[in-house]
Design a protein around this ligand. Structure first.
Ligand code: WT7
Length: 645
């Protein structure tokens, strides 16, 4: 069985691609016709990239949770929507059927209502990977509240900044979260984030780890108590109901913060209809999902990958999605393969950094693991090197599973460039062809389309997209001008991705990495300016410059050059203090891998740090540093080279 909007052959891909470009309105109108609308749209697409203004399915009314849940109840009430694999393999697995998911989401929507949450209010969610995180997200969507999930690795300070930027009044959290043998005290972090906060009205706390928490009277309530009370309100004579708010197609669904080239993360806003259609369409086509299959996306729901390919995309397609609470290396490095075996996973979607790290454990962890259920493999988050691609293909897919290399971003909601599993050709370390509706273009610094091929017959340039697809971001929360300058001002009438790419004669794209000051560390996006700001907050630090360097497992490591003027402790002590500061300000994910103390930084006469030189030094290049004649003090380069750590 296939979905009406599923591409089932290479010929059909080409036909659909052409149609999506020639007549996007009728193409996407047809796709949208497969979803549940409370009122049909008046127009499929209005747009310009100058403001930018992008509206899909204007006039249409719907609720995404009816599409993700209610719509499936007639035929799939007893089918699993989620399978939850706990951190500890000894603990009981939970299977959440569509009927159960419906009940829990209705119940939690009622809890939100009882606690004063209204349509349009912002709700921050800071939880571990438990099914309740999905209920919280979907409960918000049910009543039209805007969720903003914050990854559990972010610090109190980062949370406070995001709460403030989003004007959030409500938080849903856990007492703690399990990560391998560690317990992360999430509610404590929230408490730190709330010191001095005057806008948060309610904090709903789900009990997961029995970590002691402080519950503040009038503000903090227990998830379990609230759910129990709500149960009596939503269930009458065994029938569960909670009205799904009628949302405009272009109402915001969620905010998700992501790093850019400035010091402050931006709140990417996605809207209801376009996001739903893009995640469902790409899920079904990229992974060639067949009803009944078990889809395992290893990302955290705190990132866009989890939003789109654990929760919304799979549910919109009536799929079974596996939520894994743990980490790939606990109790041992065979955990992913145990999960695949135990749950007979059909589709495995993970990050190259995870593959590289597991490769490092050799083949022993694979012994005795039945991986024969696997049909399709996927990667996301960073370029995959050929070695990792081949290992994944041989040892996990046993050369029988197509690998999809999916390129996309928080801003794009779902996959933009990828092969379609088993339908369009794959090529190791190439993302290959654009999805229908996606029109990539490679431009030079001046915005002119690149037409000169290099010696390998490849075009090379900055990757832009010419026209909107349904999942494109609509704005950055509270600051539309920032959205314009970040994405739409570099090149007129183009969306600029921030990535560089190559294009071959077959029209395949290979993503080469960011061309802006954004790092990709283990698939996590971190701005160099953000890390510098954090380092600079440390007493004794005068100035710092942060660059990325190639790292065998993480893809990129963080290298910090620091001018230090304090007299406290020795170099190693200072390093530890700086790491502690970064952990406090951003979170452990942003800790530099290397810190080099320097007496000066290479600057131009106008005071601009020449990162190009620092990047080369961090990469281990000492000879060809390029032109350094414009430097204010060329001498510092020699000193930095000699002190490399
Ligand atoms: C950046 C977006 C996409 C969800 C996870 C990350 C890099 C992503 C690939 C890929 C090469 C990739 C890009 C992009 N990236 N996928 N298949 N090949 N690079 O989302 O945090 O918004 O980061 O990740 O540089 O711009 P994100």
């Amino acid at each position: 069985m296939s979905y009406p909007y599923q591409i089932t052959s290479l010929e059909q891909y080409h036909i659909d691609y052409k149609k999506s470009v020639d007549d996007p309105e009728s193409f996407w109108g047809d796709v949208a016709g497969n979803f549940l609308w409370k009122k049909k749209w008046d127009s499929v697409l209005n747009w310009n990239f100058t403001e930018p203004k992008i509206e899909w399915f204007k006039g249409g009314k719907l609720n995404i949770t009816e599409n993700c849940i209610d719509r499936h109840l007639a035929t799939m009430a007893d089918k699993p929507a989620f399978i939850w694999e706990p951190n500890n393999p000894e603990e009981r697995v939970r299977t959440v059927t569509y009927a159960r998911l419906h009940k829990r989401v209705c119940q939690f929507a009622q809890v939100l209502k009882n606690n004063g949450v209204k349509k349009g209010d912002r709700v921050c969610i800071y939880m571990g990977m438990v099914p309740e995180l999905a209920y919280a997200v979907l409960g918000c969507a049910r009543i039209g509240a805007v969720h903003s999930v914050i990854f559990g690795g972010f610090s109190a300070q980062s949370i406070a900044d995001r709460l403030d930027d989003a004007g959030a009044e409500f938080i849903v959290t856990c007492d703690g979260a399990y990560r391998g043998e560690k317990v992360i005290p999430l509610k404590n972090v929230i408490d730190d984030a709330l010191i001095g906060n005057k806008t948060i009205k309610k904090v709903i706390v789900y009990t997961r780890t029995r970590t002691p928490v402080s519950m503040i009277k009038g503000r903090d309530v227990w998830w379990e108590d609230e759910m129990e009370y709500a149960e009596g309100q939503i269930e009458k004579d065994g029938v569960v109901s909670f009205p799904a708010e009628e949302m405009n197609a272009e109402d915001p669904l969620f905010i998700l913060y992501t790093s850019g080239s400035t010091g402050k993360p931006k709140g990417v806003v996605h809207t209801v209809a376009g996001y739903m259609i893009w995640t469902a369409y790409t899920f079904v086509n990229v992974f060639q999902y067949k009803p009944g299959q078990v889809h395992f996306c290893t990302a955290d729901i705190g990132w866009i990958t989890g939003h789109s390919y654990i929760v919304y995309g799979p549910l919109a397609a009536g799929a079974t999605s596996l939520i894994f609470e743990g980490i790939p290396t606990w109790p041992d490095a065979g955990r992913f393969w145990d999960v695949v075996d135990k749950h007979q996973v059909n589709i495995l979607y993970t990050a190259p950094t995870a593959i590289r790290s597991l490769m490092g454990f050799g083949l022993d962890p694979l012994k005795g693991k039945d991986l024969s259920s696997l049909k399709i493999l996927g990667t996301v988050g960073e370029p995959i090197n050929e070695e990792a691609w081949h290992w994944y293909n041989e040892h996990i897919g046993k050369k029988k599973c197509p690998i999809v290399d999916t390129w996309w971003q928080t801003e794009t909601a779902g996959v933009l460039i990828s092969n379609l599993a088993g339908i369009t050709p794959a090529k190791a370390s190439w993302a290959t062809l654009p999805m229908p509706g996606v029109q990539p273009i490679l431009v030079d610094e001046n915005g002119n389309e690149v037409t000169e091929k290099d010696e390998h017959g490849l075009l090379k340039g900055n990757l832009c997209i010419k026209a909107p697809w349904p999942g494109i971001l609509r704005t950055t929360y509270g600051d539309h001008e920032r959205c314009r300058t970040n994405y739409f001002a570099s090149y007129p009438n183009l969306y600029f991705t921030g990535d560089g790419a190559l294009k071959n004669e077959e029209g395949f794209y290979r993503i080469t990495g960011r061309v802006d000051d954004v790092l990709n560390v283990s698939g996590h996006r971190i701005g160099t300016a953000e890390v510098e700001n954090a380092i600079n907050m440390h007493a004794g630090v005068v100035e710092s410059a942060v660059v990325g360097y190639p790292h065998d497992i993480k893809g990129q490591g963080i290298y910090a050059f620091v001018i230090y003027n304090g007299h406290h402790g020795d170099e190693n002590m200072r390093r530890k203090d700086i790491l502690q500061t970064v952990t406090r300000v951003i979170g452990a994910i942003a800790k530099p891998d290397k810190i080099q103390f320097v007496t000066g930084l290479p600057k131009t006469r106008s005071g601009k740090i020449m990162r190009r030189i620092l990047r080369k030094i961090a990469e281990g290049e000492t000879e060809n540093l390029g032109d350094i004649s414009t430097l204010l003090e060329p001498g510092v380069v020699e000193e930095i080279k000699n002190g490399k750590v």
